[in-house]
Every structure is written in structure tokens, then in C-alpha cells.
Design a protein around this ligand. Structure first.
Ligand SMILES: [Zn+2]
Length: 763
């Protein structure tokens, strides 16, 4: 049979419906009947009825052949019955469903008209509506001024996202397009696939036979040269001499500084602050009312979906560092095991003397028997609160940097062998649990140009590929340390080390074949360090270029992020042209330190991690909402480092409709159980009394914001997931009720309508 999916489906059926085999079949039947009789179940579409509960799969013994096991007449009769049922469902739909957006008539000339998808129908639910002419609660002049500033801010972000091939939400883009149809806001035709049932398009993507096999595009003769810190790509030597770089546009430093200043003025603007604060309060209240009125409906529609529950829907740990992705017990067990099996392996060289693993432990006066979790001392505790220095030291097991080097590094005497083994154990646990995925962050320091090749060689030689794992490259902001130790002359050297190998491999894949293979699983870049470190806030257009940044002082956060963004934008243009995958920027941002970091995040990054400080900046928080910028939050990590659990803004953000997901950050330091992500969800659910619907929404957000490929997301969320609103939700995969998705979409639509109507009346 040619259809790879169907094959997989039939072969995997046992694994796919495990609890169908142990007595749950009854429930499933009940649910089906309920939905047939047209109750609240929002399962429209022919999908669920297209493959009947039939016995023909149960006697599947070998490869499935396309030979019908029943007489044709019988099959046709069955199809006819299904058709009748479908018609009935459609009729039911008319009486039980309604179009998702009912926010009053929208004039074609005045604003975006809504194209209604056939699936864009939600079950009836209770809506909160505000009547009256002026519903914003602020004076008209303030509203007009506020809407002007907000539209401007959204246009700025859209420009940065577009120039770097990062994403911008379609709904907001449509509104921007409606007020400025011909500027760079030109609306792109996006292709959406149609909804398909799980039987037609399963939830498990087909695995890859050889993940490292990938075609090598032919080499080209492109040359690269950095101009004021940003690499330019030239077709050949002649173009370089004539100074005619390829047209890979990016915002230059002056534009960036101007936009930063503009945004900083905006977030300090009094009337705008009041306006945004009021809108955010309104959003919170609206959500409370929504839950009050619709909680039971949401729960009922979740119950009506067979098989799917919180445990078997896809979740992605969107923020987790590879060096701390195992819990302390796991690391301890691994160290003990290795000490038994590999005692005589030379693992390090100290002062020119090779040392075996057992000698390393002897030098610390330790035997396997002595080792305990307490002695390992990697767990964060009350002494790490507001002490990032102490926390950083926790990365060293038993306080010994040597153990960290042996066990938790990719580039050491044993070529990262042990670290790869631990990562593979983690990956196989994930594969076993099936529904959990991670995006591991792994460091490139920018110390030399071999780092990329070494990392790729490590990944491929030790074969750390897993379908459940993707990689993010984290770049620590350590220029000052390298400069102090005279490892580099200026900041440009770091940029050379980080980006030249990427440009090189994009032009000439055969020169770095391993890196070329590895990069297909790299989704983007992160910028990491302690944000609360004091930094020089002065940053203007006269700031030293990276070439001239020779101080021992560390450049500010905004400087690091800009040069990462600008070079990434150029590389993305180049890779796009070459038909290769592109990258996104997903920095740690707003965990602590100045709020300007969040402005950088707003301008430059696809999504951010932490975002705690948004709670203090209503204008930015509202903009993060309008632009639907995702935030990977780690309340347990924050609880040990910067903010007590009960003060964490996650429930507030979630209520307001910001796209938040739960992530673990460092299971080695914060978690106790074998499934740290579940632990994170579990504690959040208990402390904040999250409903099952909230948890499923968080999980759906995590998949949406993750860097897993579009094709995989189509399996996980539905082929139609890119559509806006209810049309993009498939409850049979996400377990998020259409009511919730409809509420979110309509709320965002209303907010944007308010702002853009005020903006238009002012034009
Ligand atoms: Zn982190």
C-alpha cells in the first residue's frame, strides 16, 4: 500500500488506542451516540463518521492489503448510511451552531470583512457584550491617540518580523493591511489545508528512516564580509569589489535605535498606559465572566470527545536547557552506573596528566556508595532566590566543575560521549511517553569558529536525533569574560565565530557536511545570561560598532540582541533563497533587569522566555497580546530565582489571552519527578486551580509556539491548524473546546476592531 500514513495507522492501531482495549470501548460508544443525537458535541465534519467502528481491522494479521473483506454491496450500504448521518449532522449544526464572530456588522470599506469558513462555527455559548457608543472607558482624544500609537507599534513589529522571516499573526496583519494596504504590510496569501479526521490524517507523524540523510545543494561562490557588525553576502569577488551585496534587507542600527526610542517613549506615555491598563483589566474581567458562564459547556464538549484527554495530547517543553534536562536522580544514577561500567576510561587531562573516571572520583575522596542526591547538590533551594551566581554554581555536580565537564559538556576529552548518552536516555523516555516533546537549548559560545562543526559532529557521531527533540542554540552573553582573558580582540570576533560558519555552510554545504545535516533540526537562537546584572543603559546610534567594541565592558542586552537579529535576518534571506530552513530568535527576556529588554524582545524576537516583567508594563503587555507574541513561562524556575510562585503572572496572562505555555527551564535544578513537564503542569493546575480546558489550551499554545516543523504540527493539531479562530482548531487532537478558541478569537477581533475603528476615524 502506498499511503504511508494509513499503513502506520493500521499497524499502530493497538498502540494508538491502548485504552480501547482495556474496557473503555463502552465509553467511546456512548459518546458517539450522544454526538449523533446532536447534543453539545461540536464534532462536525464527516471525519468521525467516515470510518465506522468496524471489525475489519481486528483481524488484521499482516501487512494490510487493499482487498475489501466484505462484499461491495455491504460497503456501499454502509457508506449510504454514513451519508445520511452526515446530512443529519449538518442539520443539527444549523440549530446548534453559529458563526464564530458576531461582533456586529463589519463594513467592507471600514475594516476587514470576515470570510467565514465552513468550519468556522461554534456551538452556542454565552457571550459577554458591551453596548453603548463609547465602550473604551477613556476620553475620545485619548482613545484616538492611543490607537494611533498602538497601530504604529504593531506596524513596527510587523516590519521586523517580515524582514527576518519570523511569524506575525494573520488576524492582526489583516487589520494592519486594512489601514495601510500598500505599504510593507502587504498581505501574503497563506495556504491553509482542510480539516481531516484522525482516521484520515493520524496524530502520529511517520518516523524518519535515516534522520541524517539530506540532500546537498550544489556549492556556490558567495563571499561574506561584515559591514558594521552585519554580514553582507556577495555573489562573487567582482560584486564584493564593486560593493554590490545581494539584496537581503534588514533594519540598520539607526532604524533600530529610532524604533527603540519610539517604543520606550510609548511605554512611558501616561494616557496610553491608562488605556492599556484598562483594556487589560477589561480582558481579565471578560474572561472571568466567560468562564463563569461557559465552564460547563467547555467541559461537556471535552467529555464528548472520545479517546483524547490531557495526557494524550501533544505538549512541547518550549524552554529547557540541554545541560540540565535530566532530573537530579537521573544524573546521580547515570554517574553511578558509569562509574561502575567505565571506571578505567580516561575522561580528562588535568595539568597534562590523563585521569580515568575512577581516579577523578578518588581525587575527590568519593566512592559510588557515598554518592547521594544531597551530595550532588545541584538542586536550587531557598538560598538561590535572587542569587543567580549561586544558581549558576549549581550546574556543577558536587560543586566540581570537573564533573560538569565530564558529564554535561559536548566538547570535552571524551567528545561529549556521556552527555550524549544522558540526552539519549531522556529522548527515549520521551519517545516512550509519546506525547511530550522538548526543544533543548545547547550552547555555542562564539569563542572560535570550530564550535559549530564540533557540535554537529557530536550530534551526528553519537546519533542524538529523536523525533521528539529539536535544538535551539543558546548564546551566552559572555563577551566581557572572553575579553578579560584576552581570548578575543573585539565584539566583532564573537559575531564572526557565530555567524561565518553558518553563512559558509549555507553557501557551500559540502564544506561542512555535518553542520549542514545538523542545522535542519536547529529551530533558532536564544540569548542567555543573568538579566539582572547591571548594564550600561546608554545605547544610541553613536554606540561603538562591533569592530570598535574593544572595551572589557559587556555590551548591553539591546546590542547583543540587535546583532544576533540582524545577522540572523541576512542568513534567513540567504537560506530561504537556497531552499533551506530558516531560524527564529527566542531569547530569555524579561526574567529580571530593565524593562527595555522586553522592548527588544517585542521588536526582534518571534517569542520570548519568562516575560515576568510584562506585569509591570501595561503598554507592552497589551502589545504582546495584540501581536500574539508567545511567552514560554517557567513558574517553578522563577519561584527559586526571581519571583514567588503565588505572585507569578501566568494565570493573569492566560486569562487575558496572551499566548503562554508552561516549560521547565532546568529540571536538574527544579524538578523531582521523572516527568518534569507534567510536574510543572500539575503544580500550576493545583496552585492556580486551572481547569482541564486551561491545561489543554496551554499545551496547544506550546505546540503552536514551538519550532517543530509545520508538517508535524499538522499531525498534532490538525492539517487546518494555521487557520484563524475556530476553523483552525481540531478538538479531537487538541482537546481544546471550540468555545474557548472562539472566545479567544472573538475577543482579539473585538480589541483590534476598537483600536482600528478609532484609528480610522482619526485618519
Ligand atoms: Zn532558561
Amino acid at each position: 500500500m502506498d499511503d504511508p500514513y494509513l499503513n502506520g495507522y493500521i499497524l499502530n492501531r493497538k498502540a494508538f488506542f491502548p485504552d480501547d482495549c482495556d474496557g473503555n470501548t463502552g465509553h467511546r460508544h456512548n459518546n458517539r451516540q450522544q454526538s449523533r443525537s446532536g447534543n453539545e458535541s461540536p464534532s462536525y465534519g464527516s471525519g468521525r463518521y467516515s470510518v465506522p467502528e468496524s471489525p475489519e481491522y481486528s483481524n488484521e494479521i499482516s501487512a494490510p492489503y487493499e482487498v475489501p473483506q466484505y462484499p461491495i454491496e455491504q460497503i456501499e450500504k454502509k457508506l449510504a448510511i454514513q451519508k445520511q448521518i452526515n446530512v443529519k449532522v449538518l442539520e443539527d449544526k444549523r440549530s446548534h451552531y453559529e458563526p464564530s464572530v458576531t461582533s456586529g456588522p463589519i463594513d467592507e470599506r471600514e475594516g476587514p470583512s470576515l470570510y467565514l469558513d465552513e468550519h468556522d462555527l461554534v456551538p452556542h455559548f454565552q457571550r459577554v457584550s458591551i453596548s453603548g457608543e463609547d465602550t473604551s472607558g477613556v476620553p475620545l482624544e485619548d482613545l484616538e491617540e492611543a490607537s494611533r500609537l498602538l497601530v504604529e507599534a504593531l506596524q513596527i513589529r510587523q516590519k521586523y518580523m517580515k524582514l527576518s522571516y519570523q511569524s506575525f499573526p494573520t488576524t492582526t496583519a489583516t487589520f494592519l493591511h486594512s489601514v495601510n494596504p500598500d505599504a510593507n504590510a502587504k498581505l501574503e496569501e497563506q495556504h491553509h489545508d482542510e480539516r481531516q479526521s484522525i482516521e484520515e490524517h493520524g496524530i502520529h507523524p511517520p518516523g524518519r528512516a535515516n534522520p541524517w540523510e539530506i540532500g546537498l545543494p550544489p556549492d556556490t561562490g558567495h563571499i561574506f564580509k561584515a559591514t558594521e557588525g552585519v554580514f553582507q553576502v556577495y555573489l562573487n569577488q567582482t560584486c564584493l569589489e564593486k560593493n554590490e551585496p545581494c539584496d537581503f534587507p534588514y533594519p540598520n542600527l539607526n532604524t533600530y535605535v529610532a524604533d527603540m526610542n519610539n517604543m520606550c517613549n510609548m511605554i512611558a506615555d501616561g494616557p496610553l498606559k491608562s488605556f492599556c491598563y484598562r483594556r487589560l483589566s477589561y480582558l481579565s474581567s471578560k474572561y472571568q465572566l466567560h468562564v463563569l458562564l461557559n465552564e460547563l459547556r467547555e467541559l461537556a464538549s471535552q467529555k464528548a470527545i472520545p479517546h483524547r484527554d490531557f495526557y494524550n495530547l501533544r505538549k512541547v517543553d518550549t524552554h529547557i536547557h540541554a545541560a540540565s534536562c535530566m532530573n537530579q536522580k537521573h544524573l546521580l544514577r547515570f554517574i553511578k552506573k558509569t562509574l561502575k561500567t567505565n571506571a578505567d576510561e580516561v575522561v580528562t587531562v588535568t595539568n597534562g596528566v590523563p585521569m580515568t573516571l575512577s581516579q577523578v572520583f578518588q581525587s575527590m575522596n568519593l566512592t559510588t556508595y557515598d554518592l547521594t542526591v544531597d551530595m550532588l547538590d545541584v538542586h536550587a533551594d531557598r538560598n538561590t532566590f535572587h542569587r543567580f551566581d549561586k544558581f549558576n554554581a549549581k550546574y556543577n555536580p558536587i560543586g566540581e566543575s570537573r564533573l560538569r565537564e565530564v558529564f554535561l559538556k559536548t566538547d570535552n576529552y571524551i567528545d561529549g560521549k556521556y552527555f550524549a548518552m544522558i540526552i539519549k536516555e531522556i529522548a527515549s523516555d520521551l519517545e516512550e511517553s509519546k506525547y511530550q516533546n522538548v526543544e533543548l537549548r545547547i550552547s555555542i559560545y562564539g569563542k572560535n569558529q570550530q564550535e559549530w562543526d564540533k557540535l554537529a559532529k557530536w550530534a551526528i557521531d553519537s546519533d542524538v536525533y529523536s523525533d521528539n527533540v529539536r535544538w535551539l542554540i543558546q548564546i551566552p552573553r559572555l563577551y566581557d569574560i572572553f575579553r578579560l582573558n584576552n581570548l578575543l580582540p573585539n565584539f566583532q570576533q564573537i559575531l564572526d565565530n557565530l555567524f561565518l560558519p553558518l553563512l559558509e555552510v549555507t553557501a557551500r554545504p559540502s564544506s561542512h557536511p555535518e553542520l549542514h545535516k545538523f542545522l535542519q533540526y536547529v529551530v533558532g537562537f536564544d540569548s542567555v545570561d543573568d538579566e539582572s546584572k547591571p548594564e550600561n543603559p546608554l545605547f544610541d546610534k553613536d554606540v561603538a560598532t562591533p569592530e570598535n567594541w574593544t572595551d572589557i565592558e559587556n555590551p548591553p542586552y539591546a546590542y547583543y540582541l540587535y546583532y544576533m537579529y540582524a545577522n540572523m535576518a541576512v542568513i534567513n534571506h540567504f537560506r530561504k533563497e537556497r531552499g533551506l530552513n530558516t531560524f527564529v530568535l527566542r531569547p530569555h527576556c524579561g526574567e529580571a533587569g530593565p524593562i527595555q529588554h522586553l522592548v527588544c524582545g517585542y521588536l526582534l524576537s518571534e517569542n520570548i522566555s519568562h516575560g515576568l516583567l510584562l506585569r509591570k508594563v501595561p503598554v507592552l503587555q497589551y502589545l504582546y497580546y495584540l501581536a500574539q507574541i508567545a511567552i514560554a513561562m517557567s513558574p517553578l524556575s522563577n519561584n527559586s530565582l526571581f519571583l514567588n510562585y503565588h505572585r507569578n503572572p501566568l494565570p493573569e496572562y492566560l486569562a487575558r489571552g496572551l499566548i503562554v505555555s508552561l516549560s521547565t527551564d532546568d529540571p536538574l535544578q527544579f524538578h523531582f519527578t521523572k516527568e518534569p513537564l507534567m510536574e510543572e503542569y500539575s503544580i500550576a493546575a493545583q496552585v492556580w486551580k486551572l481547569s482541564s480546558c486551561d491545561m489543554c489550551e496551554l499545551a496547544r499554545n506550546s505546540v503552536l509556539m514551538s519550532g517543530f516543523p509545520h508538517k508535524m504540527k499538522q499531525y498534532w493539531l490538525g492539517p487546518n491548524y494555521t487557520k484563524e479562530g475556530v476553523a483552525g482548531n481540531d478538538i479531537t487532537r487538541t482537546n481544546v473546546p471550540d468555545i474557548r478558541v472562539g472566545f479567544r478569537y472573538e475577543t482579539l477581533f473585538d480589541e483590534l476592531t476598537n483600536i482600528f475603528n478609532a484609528f480610522r476615524s482619526n485618519m
